[in-house]
Structure formats: C-alpha cells, structure tokens
Design a protein around this ligand. Structure first.
Ligand code: HPA
Length: 235
C-alpha cells in the first residue's frame, strides 16, 4: 500500500507524526532526537522517518509549504496510514505587539483567507481549532520548561507576498497573534476525519517591529519547539 506521494507501507508510520515544513528538518529531527530510525518516504524528497523517542514510537515527515501541500500529506497520514495525531512545528511572522521573536506560539485556532473549507459545503464557517488534549499538554510542558509561550489565534495565509499592504493590519486588529501558511488545512482535515492536530510555531520575524532572529536564536527557538512537540507526542 502506498499513495502517489508517500511510499510507506501501512504500519511503518507511528500514530503520532511531527511535521515540519522543510523535509531536511524532518531528517535533522530523526537523526538528532530519535533512535532506531527508519526512512519511510523519499517521494518528491518529502522525507519521512519513524523512530523512537524515550522508548515511544514517533514519526516525523515534512509537509511542504502552503495549505494544498499540508492538506495532501496530512490527509493521507490520517486516512490511509491510521495516524491519530499530527503536530505541525513551524515558523511564523508575529503580528501582535505582545508577541516577540523567539516566542513560541501555539495555535488554539487558525483563521484563514483560504478557500480550503469550501469542499465541505458548510452552511457557514467552521472555526479550525487545535485538539484540546494536545493543546493542554503542550502548554503545560512549555510552561514547566519556562519557555516563552503564547496561545491564541493565528492566520493561515495563502500568500506570503500579499499585494494588499493593509492585509496584515486587518488581522492584527482582530488580535491574531501571528501569520503562517498551513495550520488551518491541518485543523480542517483533523476535524473532518475525527483526528487530533496541533500547530506549534516559533516566531522568526515580527511584521511590525521588523525584528528577526539571528541564526543562533533560530536554532534555540527550534530546539525549544522540538522539545515541546516531542514531549507532547509521548505524553
Ligand atoms: N508569513 C507567512 N508565513 C510565515 C511568515 C510570514 O510573514 N514568517 C514565517 N512564516
């Protein structure tokens, strides 16, 4: 059994999958955090690995950029590979004044300008939200480790380079914390399929103060986010 995008056999993927956007980050996590690692996918270089973390089976796979991409990979993991939980780990640009670079933002909800949900023919708008059990665990772990964590609404945008220069202002006015490009599709898929999803983000840049992370800060932020995600995955 395989899909056009994933050559894994059923059983090769753990019930919980961590998903960074960049497949080389998936490789980095597998090589540096997991034991007894097996690579299950190389199709389109969207690397996927299964290993163990503190004795528990965990998988990690890239999801690419944007909602169509994460939409495909997460749907297949949930639907064809019986995955129960997906934790996206990514970066985001901050909008809110009280969110700073290096902060970790956990997406309780994912607002969006995407048309992804039109496929469900809902007679209204379904709010794409995180799984509460994963959210609660991740926040508790982050607070216990004294990592700078904020929880709230993020925007999953279809555009990185948005033509309308007032675009960010409108979302900032609604107290959306940060912008990224994938959480909403992941949360919609989880809602449709009765599965669990969470999105944990490190703030790489601030869209109003224009502060950016140095490469050293990027590493630290990434490490903190990874630790939260892995501990959430096994708890
Ligand atoms: N927009 C969308 N995604 C992002 C950004 C941004 O400004 N920064 C990091 N990921």
């Amino acid at each position: 059994m395989s899909t056009p995008h994933n050559k894994a056999e059923k059983g090769e993927i753990a019930k919980t999958v961590l998903m960074p956007g960049d497949p080389l980050r998936a490789q980095f996590i597998a090589e540096n955090y997991l034991e007894d690692v097996v690579c299950f996918n190389t199709v389109r270089n969207m690397l996927g690995y299964t290993g163990t973390y503190q004795g528990k089976k965990v998988s990690v796979m890239g999801h690419g950029m944007g909602m169509p991409s994460i939409g495909i990979y997460s749907y297949e993991l949930y639907e064809q590979y019986d995955v129960e939980e997906i934790i996206r780990i990514g970066s985001a640009g901050a909008l809110a004044d009280d969110v700073d670079v290096m902060d970790i933002v956990i997406a309780m909800g994912a607002s969006t300008n995407s048309n992804y949900a039109s496929q469900y023919k809902l007679p209204g708008i379904l709010a794409p939200i995180a799984d509460y059990s994963l959210l609660r665990k991740a926040v508790a772990i982050a607070e216990e480790m004294k990592y700078p964590v904020k929880v709230g609404n993020v925007l999953s945008s279809d555009t990185f380079y948005t033509d309308d220069k007032t675009f960010n202002d409108a979302w900032k006015k609604m107290h959306v914390l940060a912008i990224e490009m994938e959480a909403a599709a992941l949360y919609y898929n989880a809602a449709r399929l009765g599965k669990k999803a969470l999105c944990i983000l490190t703030i790489s840049d601030h869209l109003y103060t224009h502060k950016e992370l140095s490469s050293k800060e990027r590493q630290t932020g990434f490490r903190q986010m990874m630790e939260i995600a892995l501990k959430t995955a096994i708890s």
